[in-house]
Design a protein around this ligand. Structure first.
Ligand code: MN
Length: 288
């Protein structure tokens, strides 16, 4: 099942080039009031939602996917854990580029673990990203995003995939500079998720997915998730050995080699095998 959030917070079931507006299925979600429960309500209730979505699809209005405004398919994660350098070739690339890494030693994931991005940085493909510091480099990082389904703490490697609800394409946008990584990667719009959410049953082997990122017609990043230093079960085991993972948490698995700058007017064309294509515009900063 492929689910998107579109336009004015509508729920969409993606079928090929079309989106079925199945927002009526949202009625099965529990009514909540302050304080809101931690974690994403839609992902936490996905099993209950599935039959409601299938029922709603029978009479749902049909739209063109290309014509809707795509928001982040996950609305309310409790956190966005992200892997630093987690592809061997990107590690070599980073080590060979002391100027852009300010002469620091490249931090290896096996030493430094994971970092967190702000939830408020999360947007969908159609919202795009803004260049707010034009005097500095803003870099693209395509990553496979793993969405947690069932919550868990100290999850064993062998159980890890049972905690995965599904996948999406992630963009971990990065402002280059000397500040803490979590600050430079948490600007508004710097976590793009989409184009939609693909449930785990559709991708039986996420450890072998090809991905590419193009800026215009220029191929910048091309890699396969089989080259991850720490694979998906390993990332879930590591993250949950420190904190509880909750439904809707978004694990960004790390970017491969080929990171590079984007400028206002660019369009990033991201593609991951078995998920699809996500086009993300880069805009100039708006005043205020
Ligand atoms: Mn990254």
């Amino acid at each position: 099942m492929r689910l998107c959030r579109f336009n004015d917070n509508r729920l969409g079931l993606v079928q090929g080039e079309d989106v079925l507006d199945v927002s009526a299925a949202l009625d099965v979600l529990p009514a909540v009031r302050w304080p809101l429960p931690q974690g994403d309500l839609l992902i936490a209730n996905l099993d209950k939602l599935r039959p409601a979505i299938e029922a709603a699809a029978a009479t749902a209005p049909r739209l063109k996917l290309a014509a809707v405004k795509l928001l982040s398919p996950i609305a309310n994660p409790s956190k966005i854990p992200a892997a630093p350098v987690n592809y061997r070739a990107h590690e070599a690339e980073a080590a060979a580029d002391p100027a852009t890494f300010h002469g620091q030693h490249v931090q290896r994931i096996t030493d430094v673990g994971l970092f967190l991005k702000s939830n408020s940085s999360l947007v969908g493909a159609s919202e795009g990203i803004a260049i707010t510091h034009p005097e500095r480099r803003t870099d693209h990082e395509i990553e496979l995003a793993v969405i947690i389904g069932a919550s868990g703490h100290k999850i064993a490697r062998d159980d890890a995939m049972r905690h995965v609800a599904g996948y999406a394409i992630g963009l971990d946008m990065t402002l280059r500079g000397k500040e803490e990584r979590s600050l430079r990667k948490s600007l508004d719009g710097f976590t793009v998720l989409g184009p939609y959410f693909v449930t785990a049953d559709e991708i039986p082997n996420p450890g072998e997915l090809q991905m590419t990122l193009m800026v215009g017609n220029e191929l910048r990043q091309s890699a396969n998730t089989r080259d991850l230093v720490i694979d998906i079960p390993g990332l879930i085991e590591m993250a949950s050995s420190f904190y509880t993972l909750l439904p809707g948490d978004i694990i960004l698995t790390g970017t491969p080699e080929g990171v590079g700058p984007v400028r206002a007017g660019d369009v990033m064309v991201c593609w991951i095998e078995q998920i699809g294509e996500m086009r993300v515009p880069v805009k100039a900063a708006t005043a205020g």
